[in-house]
Design a protein around this ligand. Structure first.
Ligand SMILES: C[S@@+](CC[C@H](N)C(=O)[O-])C[C@H]1O[C@@H](n2cnc3c(N)ncnc32)[C@H](O)[C@@H]1O
Length: 287
């Protein structure tokens, strides 16, 4: 394995949290993946997983859609870092639900969190473990993260005999159903004062509905809010994450304008095809 200790990242990792530095870390770690996938320890099957455009990093790895991917990843993930207090002593233990190939787990762990990545697919978990070794060598530091192959719907919280401060889920939560069971399992894994951050598909988005392509089968943000409220969570953050589909970001000449327009449109949840959601549980439950 080629080992590069990237001094740029050491500079970018914040000692005291600064939003711009968090953004730099997200961008720098994603950028390392471009080099990572050329390393000999990954086989063809694993490279194909990395390049999957729907499930994993295909939109990032494809040069044509990279700038679109970066724009949206940096914005939502750095919001999650701030919301979940990653790197602060108040939030060190974090679950990455449906962690996939672990990019977000790596980002959180590089900022100081202790991460448990959970994914249904054992191939993903194996690859996450390999990637942990790669990034530890590359960053020159131990990443406090562990990965578990598990269908979250069948979680027995007693098996994980510790409580977490935060749960993050990107493009996974909405597909782990029924909602009631998923939220109950999340609640059981978390402390009484924990936080949750979700980034997922918005079935309330008007565009697919107008085009007759309603995104069925995923829960609405209002239903998610109600379900978390049953477990003592207050929703504090609910906004659009991306309003303009990737097809319209390609031409360099319009990128700036597209990005600006996206920034305006995504403020309206109904105009956004994905949302970010943040909820916290502040009060101690029970007697
Ligand atoms: C679209 S991928 C997103 C991966 C990662 N969060 C990311 O954004 O790069 C969705 C992931 O959720 C996982 N998943 C789906 N159903 C699951 C379940 N019931 N329990 C745990 N993981 C699940 C899939 O295996 C897949 O890796």
């Amino acid at each position: 394995m080629r080992v590069d200790v990237d001094s740029q990242l050491h500079v970018a990792v914040p000692v005291r949290r600064e939003p711009q530095l968090d953004r730099n870390v997200v961008e720098a770690l994603y950028e390392m993946m471009v080099d990572e996938i050329t390393q000999p320890q990954y086989d063809e099957r694993e490279i194909a997983l990395f390049k999957d455009p729907i499930y994993y990093y295909g939109r990032y790895l494809d040069r044509k859609t990279r700038r679109y991917a970066v724009q949206n990843l940096v914005s939502s993930i750095s919001t999650a870092i701030a919301y979940l207090n990653v790197g602060e002593t108040s939030c060190t233990r974090l679950v990455d639900l449906g962690c996939g190939l672990g990019m977000q787990s790596i980002i959180f762990a590089s900022l100081g969190a202790e991460v448990l990545g959970i994914d249904l697919d054992s191939r993903c978990v194996e690859l996450c473990r390999k990637r942990k070794m790669y990034f530890e060598a590359r960053l020159g530091k131990v990443l406090n993260m562990d990965f578990m192959a598990l269908d979250f719907r069948t979680l027995n919280p007693d098996v994980i005999n510790r409580k977490y401060d935060a749960l993050f889920s990107m493009s996974a939560f909405a597909h782990i159903q029924p909602l009631k069971v998923t939220v109950a399992n999340i609640s059981a894994l978390l402390h009484d004062t924990a936080r949750v951050f979700l980034w997922d598909q918005n079935p309330d988005c008007l565009f697919p509905r107008v085009l007759g392509k309603r995104q069925g089968g995923v829960p609405r943000p209002t239903d998610i809010t109600i379900e978390f409220a049953k477990h003592g969570f207050s929703t504090e953050l609910l906004q659009g994450a991306c309003a303009i589909p990737h097809h319209f970001w390609h031409p360099d000449a319009v990128f700036g304008a597209t990005s600006w327009l996206n920034g305006i449109l995504k403020k309206n949840l109904q105009l956004s095809f994905s949302y970010i959601f943040g909820a916290s549980r502040k009060e101690r439950r029970g007697p």
